[in-house]
Ligand binder design. Structure first.
Ligand code: ATP
Ligand code: MG
Length: 346
């Protein structure tokens, strides 16, 4: 059974012009971690805030464990939220930050002590109880914010870009820690991010959002390998999206052509850089090398088709290519889109 059911939920802001969330539905299973992934302004925070009860839907239903909680206030919901900007109480020490919510719930002092210490151990901050929040690093503060939600033992954990302000290295470490904790406690989690790496590495399922709507819901590997729309294709990982036309089973764009067994008409060809082989060509070149970047483990060739459409190809021997050289393109795996849907995959 789904623990959380979001049914046809919309949020239109007061002035009536912004449809932040547009007829959105999602079922989250017990213990599942679902990532909401989308560009800035796509409605991720608004949706999460509605699940937490901090924003009221204009229409639709929120159901947790079979109970309609659409109009239940945040403190009466079995949810715990870590906000986009984690507002810790800087005038309190770590222990008091965590104990606050428990006190409100009239938990006995010795029980509070036990739970706070347990959860501090869990997030790797055992012994930090008496520290003031201002005396902690950014990553430690982030963990206190997480601990403050966990200590209330919510059925559903809501995380809104909890690592956004941290450097890449720390973000990757915390990401793994949160995933470990989430799996150990088997806590149902909705995680908002606009980082695709974060979504791909943490999620059981990813919801790709655009303009308040769902663009695709799938397992990370499926979203990566079989994006349903050009938007998803362009948003997850690096993808070459080449707009051209198909005539008699041949796709063409500015001197580049490749067989594409679909009906005549416009099409967007999608090829990942790692699925595009390049060969140096003096005659019959389909493109020209613009720049070669050597990353050590592999190289990336930026090239231009004859009309200066940019295309990227990953190569194992970057030293074989030089700026200005003519190349031919041989895609190993392609997808094609028309009218915002997949029309071919090979
Ligand atoms: N209180 C509000 N009043 C009016 N419009 C709002 C309000 N809150 C959000 N919006 C609008 O709703 C849309 C969705 O905002 P939201 O904060 O949910 O986006 P987001 O996906 O979380 O973006 P980001 O990645 O930048 O955090 C945006 O167009 C935003 O301007
Ligand atoms: Mg947001």
């Amino acid at each position: 059974m789904s623990v959380l059911k979001i049914k046809d939920v919309s949020k239109i802001f007061a002035n009536g012009t912004v449809r932040a969330v547009d007829n959105f539905s999602l079922d989250v299973a017990d213990g599942e971690l679902v990532c909401l992934l989308g560009p800035s302004g796509s409605g991720k925070s608004t949706l999460l805030r509605m699940v937490g009860g901090f924003e009221r839907p204009t229409s639709g239903l929120m159901i947790i464990n079979g109970e309609d909680i659409t109009h239940v206030p945040p403190e009466k919901r079995p949810t715990g939220m870590v906000f986009q900007s984690h507002a810790l109480w800087t005038h309190m020490n770590v222990f008091k930050n965590l104990a606050f919510g428990l006190k409100l719930r009239k938990v006995a002092p010795d029980e509070i002590k036990r739970r706070v210490e347990g959860v501090l151990d869990l997030v790797g901050l055992g012994g930090y109880g008496t520290r003031h929040v201002a005396q902690l690093s950014g990553g430690q503060q982030q963990r206190v914010a997480l601990a403050r939600s966990l200590v209330l033992e919510p059925k559903i954990l809501l995380l809104d870009e909890p690592f956004a302000s941290l450097d890449q290295h720390l973000r990757e470490r915390l990401r793994e820690e949160v995933r470990d904790i989430q799996q150990r406690l088997k806590i149902t989690t909705l995680f908002v991010t606009h980082g695709q790496d974060e979504a791909l590495s943490m999620a059981d399922r990813i919801v790709v959002m655009r303009d308040g709507k769902t663009e695709q819901i799938d397992r990370p590997d499926i979203v990566y390998r079989e994006p349903q729309t050009p938007f998803v294709a362009g948003f997850i990982g690096t993808m070459n999206l080449i707009e051209g036309t198909v005539s008699n089973g041949i796709f063409s764009k500015a001197g580049y052509s490749t067989p594409l067994p679909v009906s005549d008409g416009p099409a967007i060809l999608a090829v990942r850089p790692e699925a595009l082989d390049l060969t140096v060509a003096n005659d019959n070149a389909q493109g020209k090398v613009h720049r070669v970047t050597d990353y050590g483990t592999h190289g990336l060739v930026d090239l231009e088709l004859l009309d200066s459409t940019r295309v990227k190809a990953m190569v194992s021997h970057p030293d074989l290519f030089r700026a200005g050289q003519g190349v031919r393109l041989a895609p190993k795996a392609i997808a094609a889109y028309r009218d915002n849907a997949v029309i071919h995959r090979a």
